[in-house]
Design a protein around this ligand. Structure first.
Ligand code: ADP
Ligand code: MG
Length: 611
């Protein structure tokens, strides 16, 4: 050490620190209730603990926390019959900010019982009362032998008074003199709401004014799964999420080692909406509600589920509302992902029929999860179902091999049942299954599956007609006058008749029932769907359509004949109608195209009936 070097200790000027705690430490004023009720609960836990450790300490009354509002005096009092404090303890734990009596207690009794069930940690919670109160008083009587009641008061500055108190029974009253801005906390309904929010599952009796036991007490996740009946799980779901209907099923988490995690995660009915902004999983720490924003702990797809997790060892920052990024958090999250994946796989195995029933409710969740989390993908890749056009559900992994063997790895899909109608018999004849992928998430899911499973690709039904139409056994008769095949003549006729370049025409003999098929390039189709999905409301991109004319169709032979005899008006009507019908077999007609289709149809009908 050099001669000039000096060592020192940073000191904190307390006059400045209180306003900082009041204003900045906790973003949410509500939480003073959580802190004071947690302290009261800790005091009760300590007293219970001490009765077993020290012979002269007793606890014969029912442990309870009582909250009273006095509107005239503008006070809110939180009372408990816990350990209380001696004058020295008040000096030590209350007046030394950030010196936690809870930590001290846990350290002292560490050897007896590691999990002491104590909530406090940072020694800052008590001062959150100054966020809503101008002054705070304490009346307390310690459980230790020959203790005297103690009174303490602080007006929000750094001075305090400590004196003889008036409490006659063991325990503590924390009396808050609510300031102007905090006046909502003098409303019983508001306080009740907050107690239910933060302390609903604290295993202790909580009273408010004249109302007794207003909270639920012991949470269901604390019980061991084999002791909980199905009905209880359903009831508990209602407690957490009133008016929610019945859950589909649930996962009860209960881990002691290597980390402590409890909770129940429910699969709600109907998860069509992929809206992750709603809070559906509540986070608790030692049964005290911490946050309904679990985004930092759980992967986004899990937040579509509902439930509660209690994680006493989560590394929370002092305000306990935001989580730090932590490898520990990662472990917990992985555990939950695995458990949820396992549960799904288990249900799939247990009853395929039930699983099929649940599929419509859970498939967006599973698909979303697979795309977002590789662990989850591995757990669920063998249980993904696809809906066939005949409504039957089949397992994706079961159709991969047949698709590779028979159909070049192509899996045919339609985006609605209606898209299948016109092509139904074609695919039936060829024994190629068609799947309906009509959910919003399916565009993305299709791409994802293609990237994950080698050798398969999805093909939309219009493209598939083109792909699987065969020219075998369909002979073309060369036209004697022109010495050309129909397939060489037809594209020209159609191009001329339609008079625009929106559609590319090709022709070949095909074993389809109609005169033409029309398809949109698969890549372009996906690109424009993606584009529309991402920027809702933007106009669709112009389509790149190809129409394949079936040169073995007798209808088109008639068109060629009409063309040869110069009946151009009739050729035009026929070509337009053939194209419209080809479009119509894939999707409804719209706008101008629909209008001219309708009027042309009436004309055709009229002509047919009058000739
Ligand atoms: P923490 O709970 O993190 O230790 P707090 O600021 O909330 O910090 O409380 C400081 C300490 O004051 C507690 O650890 C406890 O020793 C004491 N204390 C606070 N409230 C009570 C109470 N109702 N009964 C007994 N002791 C209390
Ligand atoms: Mg505390």
């Amino acid at each position: 050490m050099s001669k000039t070097q000096q060592q020192g200790k940073l000191s904190i000027n307390t006059t400045n620190i209180l306003p900082i705690i009041k204003k900045w430490l906790y973003s949410d004023h509500d939480i003073f209730i959580r802190e004071l009720v947690s302290n009261a609960f800790d005091a009760i836990t300590k007293r219970q603990k001490l009765t077993t450790l020290e012979s002269d300490i007793t606890f014969d009354e029912t442990p309870e926390i009582s909250i009273r509002i006095d509107k005239k005096k503008k006070t809110l009092t939180i009372s408990d019959n816990g350990v209380g404090m001696t004058a020295e303890e008040v000096e030590k734990y209350i007046t030394q900010i950030a010196f936690s009596g809870a930590e001290d207690f846990v350290k002292k009794y560490e050897s007896e019982d590691k999990d002491a069930g104590i909530i406090g940690h940072f020694g800052l919670g008590f001062y959150s009362s100054f966020m809503v109160a101008s002054s705070v008083e304490i009346q307390t009587l310690s459980s230790s032998k020959d203790a005297k009641p103690v009174y303490w008061r602080c007006d929000g500055e750094t001075d305090y008074v400590i004196d003889k108190g008036t409490r006659t029974t063991v325990g503590t009253d924390i009396i808050l003199f609510i300031d102007k801005e905090g006046k909502e906390f003098l409303e019983e309904s508001k306080v009740e709401e907050l107690l239910k929010k933060y302390a609903n599952f604290l295993p202790v009796k909580i009273n408010l004014n004249d109302k007794e036991a207003i909270t639920n007490g012991q949470p269901l996740w604390d019980k061991s799964p084999q002791d909980v009946k199905e009905e209880e799980y359903k009831e508990f779901y209602q407690t957490l999420f009133p008016f929610s209907g019945e859950p589909l099923f649930w996962v009860h988490l209960n881990v002691d080692y290597p980390f402590n995690l409890k909770g129940i995660i429910y699969f709600p009915k109907l998860m069509h909406e992929l809206d992750t902004s709603k809070s559906r999983i509540q986070l608790f720490c030692q049964n005290v509600f911490v946050s309904d924003n679990v985004n930092n702990i759980l992967p986004e797809f899990l937040t579509l589920l509902q439930g509660a997790i209690d994680c006493p060892e989560l590394p929370l920052n002092v305000s306990r509302s935001q989580l730090q990024n932590d490898p520990y958090v990662q472990k917990i999250s992985n555990h939950i992902v695995k458990k949820v994946g396992d549960e799904l796989a288990k249900r799939f195995k247990k009853s395929f029929d039930e699983f099929k029933n649940d599929w419509k409710d859970i498939h967006p969740f599973i698909k979303f999860g697979m795309m977002n989390n590789d662990t989850f993908f591995k757990k669920t890749e063998k249980i993904v179902l696809l809906t066939q056009s005949n409504n039957e559900l089949v397992v994706l992994s079961d159709i991969v091999e047949p698709a590779k063997e028979k159909n070049n790895g192509k899996i045919v899909y339609a985006q609605s049942k209606d898209q299948v109608v016109a092509h139904k018999s074609f695919f039936e004849k060829k024994e190629i299954p068609v799947f309906i992928l009509d959910a919003v998430i399916d565009h993305h899911f299709v791409q994802f599956i293609e990237s994950k499973i080698d050798g398969i690709s999805f093909l939309s039904i219009d493209n598939a007609v083109k792909e699987f139409a065969s020219s075998e056994n369909t002979e073309e008769i060369v036209d004697a006058d022109t010495n050309k095949k129909p397939s060489e003549i037809l594209p020209e006729i159609f191009k001329e008749a339609l008079g625009n370049d929106d559609i590319t025409f090709e022709s070949k003999p095909m074993d389809i029932s109609g005169p033409a098929v029309i398809y949109e390039d698969e890549m372009m189709k996906r690109f424009s769907q993606m584009n529309q999905f991402m920027q809702r409301g933007t106009a669709a991109l112009p389509k790149k359509l190809t129409c394949i004319l079936n040169s073995s169709s007798s209808l088109l032979k008639t068109v060629i004949d009409l063309h040869k005899s110069g009946k151009n008006d009739q050729v035009k009507v026929a070509c337009q109608h053939v194209v419209d019908l080809a479009v119509l077999s894939n999707q409804p007609l719209e706008g101008q195209q629909l209008e001219s289709f309708l009027s042309r149809s009436f004309d055709l009908l009229d002509a047919k009936l009058t000739d």
